[in-house]
Design a protein around this ligand. Structure first.
Ligand code: PMP
Length: 409
């Protein structure tokens, strides 16, 4: 292990938060699927904006406003490149994945979905790609269908094919599962869905930091992202939508910026993307999101993913001989997530005892209760890796788990 071309020690120095002790032990941060840490250039972008050119965007003619507007719009271009969208106007800034999905459900969904229409989700979805569709389905008397999950945590594609009918209007699935790491065959899902006349939304929350994203090659209709999962700040993210579809959609929220002309009898709306960006946006964090994109692009996402796969393979191998250790989610194609249980020990206890040893993991249902129910479990312990993690940190975790098992059994 450790054949990466990346200089991990150097990368770690870019993340000030990593250099600390937790409970007297060096911090090993393995909660990256919940949120990644931020490199200095992201933190600096925030500070530079607030200390150098804080101003409201788009309407100002003064220098600071122009500078802020320019930086804000540069992120749109960077995001366009990051996911290979055809046009920058197809990038809408949102609060993140949840907000992006709610935008599609609230605008496209409320316009297009009718009684008896069907929306297909997968058994791997995060609550944020379930509940917005449920709210819509309740309002419209539409029907939700679910692609079943197989024993290894992959989707049953044969079952998916049989779920597609001429009533299917939308298929909404994640690119990668936050709970198990499974990478879903989103290109195939999209092409099958299109064959049935349905649109496709991909929840890319877990893909941003780990998978190359090409929305044109995927041909998906919508793609949702959160910056905080790919080394960027919280409170911002993006929705990609195909131009023709976005143009056909009614506004989601009303307010300033999204209008062309307003009177008390009639309002006309701005062009995309502004039609969907009502109010003063999260300017600072959008600007800093570009720093995160630049960080990933400079390092090369494929190299990062290759290194993270090594970490996952090592962690999987090192834990495999621990007594009672059981991995949930064993599909061949995974992002770097190790979800596990240890026979006879509650996940919460493992999480607490690892924290006492400086190791940060997540325990619980990971906002995927239907998936946990499918496996007949309440939750798991989840270690999720990022580019700054090391083999040494994994050793620290494995040693910790080993001690916990010995102590409690
Ligand atoms: N989908 C997936 C797969 C996720 O992992 C998450 C975050 N855990 C979300 C959606 C929601 O993202 P956010 O909370 O940033 O809106």
């Amino acid at each position: 292990v450790g054949h990466t071309s990346l200089d991990i020690d150097k990368i770690r120095k870019e993340f000030p938060i990593l250099d600390q002790s937790v409970n007297g032990k060096p911090l090993a941060y393995f909660d990256n699927a919940a949120t990644t840490q931020k490199p200095r250039q992201v933190i600096d972008a925030l500070t530079e904006y607030y200390s150098g050119y804080n101003a409201n965007i788009h309407r100002g003619i003064h220098t600071l406003a122009e500078k802020a507007t320019h930086a804000f719009e540069q992120t749109r271009v960077a995001m366009q490149t990051f996911i290979n969208a055809g046009e920058k106007e197809e990038i809408i800034f949102t609060k993140g994945t949840t907000d992006s999905i709610n935008l599609v459900a609230g605008s496209w969904g409320r316009k297009e979905i009718q009684k008896g229409d069907e929306i297909i989700l997968s058994g791997l979805e995060h609550h944020s790609n379930i509940v917005p569709w449920q709210l819509l389905a309740q309002e419209k008397e539409a029907i939700i269908r679910v692609i079943p999950v197989r024993e290894d945590g992959s989707l049953d594609m044969d079952a998916f094919k049989s779920l597609l009918t001429n009533r299917t209007r939308l298929v909404a699935v994640n690119h990668a599962s936050n709970s198990l790491g499974t990478i879903n065959p989103v290109a195939e899902i999209t092409s099958l869905a299109h064959g049935a006349g349905a649109l496709v939304l991909i929840d890319g929350a877990q893909a941003g930091a780990h998978l190359n994203i090409d929305v044109q090659a995927l041909d998906c209709d919508f793609y949702a992202l959160s910056a905080h999962k790919f080394y960027g700040p919280t409170g911002t993210g993006a929705l990609y939508g195909k131009r023709a579809i976005l143009e056909s959609m009614p506004p989601y929220q009303g307010g300033g910026e999204m209008i062309r002309d307003v009177s008390f009898t009639h309002t006309t709306y701005n062009d995309i993307p502004y039609k969907f960006e009502a109010g003063t946006p999260n300017i600072a964090d959008v600007i800093a999101m570009k720093a995160a994109i630049d960080f990933i692009t400079t390092m090369n996402k494929s190299s990062m993913a290759a290194y993270e796969s090594e970490l996952l393979a090592y962690a999987t191998e090192q834990t495999s001989s621990l007594p009672g250790f059981r991995v949930i989610g064993t599909a061949a194609n995974k992002v770097s997530v190790l979800s596990f249980l240890i026979e006879g020990i509650h996940p919460f206890d493992i999480g607490q005892m690892l924290d006492a040893r400086g190791v940060a993991v997540r325990t619980g249902h990971h906002c995927t209760q239907p998936l946990m129910e499918h496996f007949g479990i309440e939750g798991t312990v989840r270690a999720s890796f990022a580019v700054y993690n090391t083999i040494k940190e994994i050793d620290q975790m494995v040693e910790g788990i080993d001690r916990i098992i010995r102590f409690l059994k």
